[in-house]
Design a protein around this ligand. Structure first.
Ligand SMILES: Cc1ncc(COP(=O)(O)O)c(C=O)c1O
Length: 450
């Protein structure tokens, strides 16, 4: 990828690559639960000691694991000229975005907030694609003013709004029609996006009519196709079906006089959260992309999110209380559903284990947080060795859709995030203070008529 050549000489990029190079073993362990924790250390940092300096709960990310993923993705894509647009929603913390920017990757965004983050992290606007079913007029105008690479359009109404804004502001823009291929990715229903009943994209029949219609603005160039069938996909077959359908549609459009310049196949490549899950490797995934799109000579883009960051992160949390009700044994952690929502939202399974297991027979535990919801549950009936108040417990695979989905529910502050590498750590987000949490709130002193 041309971008990579330009970043190789960058001192930060150089340091990142060197560091990754000294940890070749990590590349080899990519796969189920790749977080390289051994002897209580993550990326050489003693987590017990770290948790004495940084109040729990906090997210800890292994820079080495992240860099290994970035390097693997670069090698898998650059020889084929495939452009990476990292899905910022997976984790948009600036320091991580910066590392991703240094690799020359662009971003897939779904809000102007994400646009701001990506620009600040150094991702150029012309490597940022903008997806989402509900872009407002202001969102679209802001994206056009920033000069984003492409808007992935999800409805005729949106396309018409883009045309109006392009005309009014005299700004050119490229757009891609997001196709809903009616393919079930086989993942959790709440993160499947490619079935006909899902709110995303439009049918090929509707998109065909978009290409046939008289454009309301010559500034809008509709010459791309986009598809994204869902997240945490462990099976390549649905990807192949969706991509092949889009490739066939591109051929059909070309014969109708609408050559397609780019196909963006979205993200969705899954990771192994638990033993026995066998996600496809990046090479197999890229083979699927290339096979399904063979014969297509335009640009190919991919939007991986989870695959890049999930395994790099652990949520470091402490046992507040052990409570035995006679029928259930609860382990109450200081992390909660507001810090890490995936288990409560999707019943997502994450490996959870004490940092330093104690001796004793493992017993089933319900692992919960302190939030006042029964749904504030990380796991039920999980076999764990005896745990005591104050013990550190790690929730693994927390690098993706962890911090980015967190909230202030129960007036709990956003927690800290720490980047670890080669035995050292850097705070990349400090814990929110109470004053920061309530900033913007005010008493109802000034009443006005609307
Ligand atoms: C349009 C789009 N692209 C990419 C992604 C990233 O998906 P993942 O993190 O599963 O790779 C998403 C997430 O659902 C998405 O909505």
């Amino acid at each position: 990828m041309h971008a990579m050549t330009t970043t190789l000489g960058h001192p930060l990029a150089e340091r990142r690559r060197t560091a990754a190079g000294t940890h070749g073993a990590v590349t080899a362990t990519l796969g189920p639960m790749a977080s390289p924790i051994s002897g209580g250390r993550l990326d050489g940092v003693d987590l017990e000691a770290l948790a004495r300096r940084v109040p729990t709960p906090f997210y800890a990310y292994s820079a080495t694991t992240l860099d290994a993923r970035i390097d693997a993705l670069q090698s898998a894509t650059e020889s084929h000229g495939i452009a990476v647009r990292y899905a910022a929603k997976a984790n948009a913390t600036l320091a991580l975005l910066q590392r991703i920017a240094e690799a020359g990757f662009g971003a897939d965004i779904v809000s102007i907030g994400e646009l701001e983050r990506c620009l600040r992290a150094g991702i150029p606007a012309d490597r940022i694609v903008y997806s989402g079913v509900g872009k407002t007029t202001v969102d679209i105008a802001t994206a056009l003013a920033a000069g984003v690479e492409c808007l992935n359009v999800e409805s005729l109404d949106e396309l018409q709004t883009i045309e109006r804004i392009a005309e009014a502001s005299n700004r050119p823009v490229r757009v891609a029609a997001r196709i809903n291929p009616d393919v079930d990715a086989g993942s959790h229903a709440k993160i499947s996006t490619g079935r006909a009943e899902d709110k995303f994209g439009v049918s090929p029949a509707e998109a065909r009519a978009w290409f046939a219609r008289e454009q309301a603005s010559p500034l809008v160039r509709l010459d791309g196709l986009h598809v994204h069938i869902g997240s945490q996909n462990l099976d390549l077959a649905p990807f192949h079906r969706a991509f092949a359908q889009v490739a066939q549609f591109a051929r059909e459009l070309a014969t109708l006089g609408h050559p397609i310049a780019s196909i963006d196949v979205g993200g969705g490549l899954g990771v192994a959260y638990r033993d026995g899950q066998r996600p496809p490797g990046i090479a197999e995934y890229m083979d699927t992309v290339r096979t399904a799109l063979s014969g297509f000579s335009g640009r190919i883009l991919i939007e991986p999110g989870r695959w890049l960051v999930a395994d790099a992160g652990v949520l470091v949390t402490r046992v507040i209380r052990v409570k035995n009700t006679g029928t259930r044994r609860f382990l109450i952690l200081d992390a909660a559903m507001n810090d890490f929502a995936r288990p409560s939202l999707y019943d997502a399974w994450h490996a959870i284990a004490p940092l330093t297991p104690r001796d004793g027979t493992p017993l089933p535990h319900d692992i919960v947080g302190p939030v006042c919801e029964t749904g504030d549950t990380f796991a039920r009936d999980r076999l764990l060795p005896p745990c005591h108040t104050g013990d550190l417990v790690l929730i693994h695979g927390a690098g993706a859709y962890g911090t980015s989905m967190s909230s202030n529910y129960n007036t709990r502050p956003r927690i800290a995030e720490v980047l670890l590498q080669d035995g050292r750590y850097a705070i990349i987000r400090r814990r929110q203070t109470f004053d920061e949490l309530i900033a913007g709130e005010q008493p109802a002193r000034h009443w006005e008529s609307a």
